[in-house]
Design a binder for this molecule. Structure first.
Ligand code: NAD
Ligand code: DAU
Length: 347
């Protein structure tokens, strides 16, 4: 099998490439990545720099129609099955609030370019998306049954930020290309990922690396916002399940019942590092900050038999803290510039 993996030098895409190279000897991968501030050649170096002839990295823009047509055409011309797994995106909400244009370009025009290419060449596409397309849920009242309020594939789209609006738009493009042009595509909408190789701008790596540096973690607002955490390996196992067994045109929600509010995550990280659990700062809130995400993944579980392997958030956070301690050379070059950006925002 041959795969074109867009955004494969970013957090989730790189984890996907490494896991696939390790576990599936029959798969050849071309990564298409623009290597923006969020993509890093070093993340893939162990598989791209000569050591594994099955993985190649093409530096380029997913919105470059000519390039995308050529790479998708290669898949169509090769023996055996081929597919595109589309991770490439501008992915950080805070950035989208200050400069939405790259989000429109990559998330909308990039997905459009890919859809036209897979339509032209008759190639299977899996589109990786986010639960944020559904907007947010009210913070749970402890007396409520939490099962009553989770996102499902029937939840109306109601995105809050330029990031989630462009992801919502990209999902709708995929749905329209399936219905109108018979494109062979699936969509997955996943909750918040954590694990190795996540950029230090994101919540967990930011706080982990702050703690390593002896800096107090920064929590937006009152810290009561809830995210539904899933380990990146479980997300990518679900992507493979959908790629292999998902129904064309279907949307699968991916989540591992990992709800926690931001204070709980930060307090756990501080405890794991042997520090005072109250040694964090509350800082200015994110404008339009979504309150709570929670995923009902029953379709993925019942139809495709997927189950998460990482079920305990505390031990996942411990392993992540250790990974960042062991891989300082990877994240250190980005840390100062990321914190300088946050300092300008008062966060
Ligand atoms: P990331 O920001 O870490 O990586 C994005 C990658 O895409 C980078 O390597 C970047 O260089 C590349 N890229 C950006 N613009 C590009 C362009 N125009 N052409 C080619 N490559 C480009 O993001 P991530 O967290 O790994 O997210 C990957 C995908 O998963 C995104 O589509 C995101 O919406 C989705 N998602 C993320 C999460 C999460 O918690 N991180 C959860 C659900 C869904
Ligand atoms: O739900 C899936 C989404 O999860 C993905 O689509 C996005 O690509 C991904 O970035 C993530 O979005 P969030 O905005 O939820 O993630 P972020 O890591 O930016 O923030 C997680 C929570 O932590 C959120 O409530 C904001 C808060 N936060 C974030 C940062 C960076 C803080 O309290 N302090 C911080 O320093």
């Amino acid at each position: 099998m041959r795969l074109l993996v867009t955004g494969g030098a970013g957090f989730i895409g790189a984890n996907f490439v490494h896991a696939t190279a390790q576990q599936r000897p029959d798969v050849e991968i071309t990564v298409l990545d623009k290597l923006t501030y969020a993509g890093d050649r070093a993340t893939l170096a162990s598989v791209t720099e000569g050591s594994d002839p099955r993985v190649r990295l093409v530096e380029g823009d997913v919105a470059d129609s000519a390039l995308v047509q050529r790479l998708v055409g290669e898949l169509a011309d090769s023996d055996g099955p081929g597919a595109v797994v589309h991770f490439a995106a501008e992915s950080h909400n805070d950035n989208s609030l200050h400069d939405p244009w790259p989000f429109v370009q990559t998330n909308l025009l990039g997905t459009y370019a890919l859809l036209e290419a897979v339509r032209e060449h008759g190639v299977r596409l899996h589109h990786v998306s986010t639960d944020e397309v559904y907007g947010d849920l009210p913070l749970a009242d402890p007396s409520d049954d939490p099962e009553r309020s989770k996102f499902t594939a029937e939840t109306p789209y109601n995105p809050s930020s330029p990031y989630s609006a462009t992801k919502a738009g990209s999902d709708l493009l995929v749905r329209a290309w399936v219905r109108s042009f018979g494109v062979q595509a699936t969509i997955s909408n996943c909750s918040n990922n954590y694990g190795p190789w996540q950029h230090v701008e994101k919540f967990i790596p930011r706080q982990v690396t702050n703690i390593i540096d002896g800096v107090r973690p920064k929590v937006y607002g009152a810290g009561t916002n809830v995210r539904d955490w899933i380990h990146v390996e479980d997300h990518n196992r679900a992507v493979w399940a959908v790629l292999q067994r998902g129904r064309i045109g279907e949307t699968y929600l991916i989540g591992a019942d990992g709800e926690a509010n931001n204070l709980r995550v930060v307090r756990t990280l501080l405890e794991l590092a042997g520090q005072d659990a109250d040694a964090y700062d509350l800082v200015a809130d994110r404008p339009g900050h979504d309150l709570r995400y929670a995923i009902d993944a029953s379709l993925l579980r019942d139809e495709l038999g997927w189950r998460p392997l990482h079920r305990d958030l505390r031990s996942g956070l411990k392993a992540t803290l250790e990974w960042y301690r062991d891989n300082e050379a990877w994240w250190r070059p980005r840390k100062a510039a990321t914190e300088a950006k946050y300092a300008q925002l008062g966060r």
